[in-house]
Design a protein around this ligand. Sequence first.
Ligand SMILES: NC(=O)C1=CN([C@@H]2O[C@H](COP(=O)(O)OP(=O)(O)OC[C@H]3O[C@@H](n4cnc5c(N)ncnc54)[C@H](OP(=O)(O)O)[C@@H]3O)[C@@H](O)[C@H]2O)C=CC1
Ligand SMILES: O=C(O)CCC(=O)C(=O)O
Ligand SMILES: [Mg+2]
Length: 429
Amino acid sequence: MYSAQANWRLSHMYQHIKVPAQGQKITVNADNSLNVPNEPIIPFIEGDGTGVDITPVMIKVVDAVVAKAYAGKKKIHWMEVFAGEKSTKVYGPDVWLPEETLSAVRDYVVSIKGPLTTPVGGGIRSLNVALRQQLDLFVCLRPIQYFAGVPSPVKEPHKTNMVIFRENSEDIYAGIEFESGSDKAKKLIKFLQDEMGVTKIRFPETSGIGIKPVSSEGTERLMRKAIQYAIDNDKPSVTIVHKGNIMKFTEGGFRDWAYALAQTEFGAELIDGGPWCQFKNPKTGKEIIIKDVIADAFLQQILLRPSEYSVIATLNLNGDYVSDALAAQVGGIGIAPGANLSDTIAMFEATHGTAPKYAGKDYVNPGSLILSAEMMLRHMGWTEAADLMIKSMERSINSKKVTYDFARLMEGATQVSCSGFGDVMIDHL
Ligand SMILES: NC(=O)C1=CN([C@@H]2O[C@H](COP(=O)(O)OP(=O)(O)OC[C@H]3O[C@@H](n4cnc5c(N)ncnc54)[C@H](OP(=O)(O)O)[C@@H]3O)[C@@H](O)[C@H]2O)C=CC1
Ligand SMILES: O=C(O)CCC(=O)C(=O)O
Ligand SMILES: [Mg+2]
């Protein structure tokens, strides 16, 4: 068990991270279950842009929810760790993702982060992607849930109820790219032409080149999690979303490996000769159908027939697009939570980015990060607190005291600030 003395020692292992004097680490058992003390230390990254607005509100709401749910017997001790622009201020101009942030997130097992900026075109590569890759957080889990009363552009938003399992470690996000005109791009294009018989690069002199690795191992570990989630949560189907007609050996491979895993590991049997297959949920006896759909068709079907889809397993880029599109159907990315998961480490974060035009204005919806914290509490087994948070979110939306994104579409709403919405949630506990 950790003591204040042990925390003091840990603090001195870090250059800038201050370990709270109170609280203990969450630890992982041999079967990957968690030991969560009553007073865990949770690292958080404030985030760039609107991170400065939403992160303190999330912390205030979580603290109030936990205090209420457990009458003061449980408490989170927050430990700030750094990434992005704040890191460059604390550690020096070129330090965007310090090694000690990675080790703290790894060591303390459960963490939460605000959004981090990635410049378009040149500049640093995504720190969000770097965190996922370096910690091998291979699942990006994004539930899409409708809260009654939230303004939506569709007529029947309650029919959209999906959970996205986005592969988080491969695909074009691996960052293997070579700039147009660079020596490396020229060398690679020459290799493709001379050694690989490639004749279809339309403008070889001016092409940038990107590489899209997709593996059977990467697909299988993602699909295994998606199917297990369907089993544990009594879901009727898992849909593999891909563009395998065009990208045959990457997205097509993903589809084939995902189907194969359902058959070999879960005993799924072909329906009418396949490729769809099904197996009985060992926990409920109900059938779970494994099916697939090509990504462009999927994007129209989620609008036209959303109730036909439940758990979604997809690749990194598709998952990025699909998560914002589905979030829009249930009210937008102001209320879209998420988690990045490995078998042991969990880092929670909103689906949206830094929304720079609103940074520091106490304006945006903190709902996505608050609901990401709700996922975190549930992951820790603090179900009473998580349930209370959902109730408070429902009651707050029902009160129509909401941030600008909802207020502009909601009749009779009172617009409140980002921190104001946090206070509304605390009032409704
Ligand atoms: N995981 C992460 O950290 C992510 C980081 N990013 C990064 O964020 C930066 C900005 O990206 P951008 O494409 O503008 O996308 P953003 O998600 O930051 O913002 C796009 C729009 O979404 C709406 N929005 C975003 N956050 C909220 C919120 N909390 N409440 C209500 N509405 C919200 C706003 O819409 P409106 O204008 O209608 O008010 C905003 O203009 C980029 O550098 C990008 O790389 C992007 C996504 C994820
Ligand atoms: O890393 C980024 O800047 C963007 C990532 C993103 O859009 C996402 O993960 O949804
Ligand atoms: Mg995105």
